[in-house]
Design a protein around this ligand. Structure first.
Ligand SMILES: [Zn+2]
Length: 287
């Protein structure tokens, strides 16, 4: 695969998204933010969690042969063991992250999607791309959004409403009837959406954290097909630039109500069709 990606923190914040890749494996995580003044029980923080789990998953995908679900379960367990002796992992606000995993082995592509990051497959011969996203958090959250969405984003009243919204959603996290996200319990991995497609049937794959997918699924300024076009022609940087441009045009969220004016934004594009784009390996002294 030829992989390009970009990741940009919300201005003034540290990036809680994580993206990493080899020529055959890719992970994207979006750490679920702990709002200011909110407790989490963890001294490390959300960015640490996303980086630790992401790098563990990439290692698991490149070293092991297990299913992506198994690798995710093992990864959640391994990261919990890195801080369970110092942090309160029973806290309902302990750090969590969405997960996308993509792996190419022996002519097939395996994918896994947990929570609201978006995977888009450009399947050869299909007019519309295939979009894989777990909408359970959106569904659970919708009835609680009204109070927050009625206020100007960036105001202190909105910040308070956003904190309340996040804390309310915690009661629905990782339980039946709620939504599922990587945090402490390895069994969460079994809730992920997974699939396998033949690699030669796919032209390209795109991955987005919700801070980047909002160009399509919140702002409706592009279709998924058009987003693939932007990635193909101009790259992930340009897609994120268009997200920021829209956000700056609506700083108070009056046109597009949202939890944060800006969010960490990550987009990746993997091109598969045609030749083998794998990195060519050179050996010292082999010339
Ligand atoms: Zn911790």
């Amino acid at each position: 695969m030829r992989v390009t990606f970009a990741s940009e923190a919300a201005p003034g914040h540290s990036n809680e998204d994580f993206i990493a890749s080899t020529p055959d494996a890719l992970v994207l995580l979006d750490g679920a933010g702990t709002p200011v003044d909110s407790e989490s029980g963890c001294v490390h923080g959300v960015a640490w969690y996303a980086r630790s789990l992401g790098s563990t998953l990439l290692a698991g995908m490149t070293q092991g042969t297990g299913t992506l679900t198994e690798i995710l379960a093992e990864g959640i367990k391994a990261v919990a063991s890195l801080h369970d002796f110092i942090c309160d992992l029973d806290h309902p606000g302990s750090p969590s992250a969405t997960v996308i995993m993509l792996r190419r082995t022996a002519g097939v592509l395996d994918f896994l999607v947990l929570a609201d990051s978006v995977l888009v497959l450009d399947v050869i011969g299909e007019a519309e791309p295939m979009v894989v996203c777990d909408k359970r958090e959106t569904k659970v959250g919708t009835p609680y959004r009204a109070a927050m969405d009625a206020l100007d984003t960036g105001s202190s009243a909105h910040a308070t409403a956003h904190r309340r919204y996040v804390e309310t959603l915690r009661d629905h996290r990782n339980r039946d009837g709620g939504f599922w996200i990587a945090a402490v319990d390895p069994l969460t991995a079994e809730q992920a959406l997974t699939g396998t497609v033949r690699a030669d049937q796919v032209r390209a794959v795109a991955l987005f954290s919700d801070g980047a997918s909002r160009l399509v699924d919140r702002f409706h300024l592009a279709t998924w097909r058009q987003a693939l076009g932007i990635l193909d022609e101009s790259g992930p940087d340009e897609l994120i630039r268009q997200v920021r441009e829209a956000e700056h045009a609506d700083p108070a969220g009056s046109r597009w109500p949202r939890g944060k004016t800006h969010d960490d934004a990550t987009a990746a594009y993997c091109l598969l069709s045609g030749e083998d784009f794998s990195v060519r390996r050179s050996e010292p002294g082999a010339e």
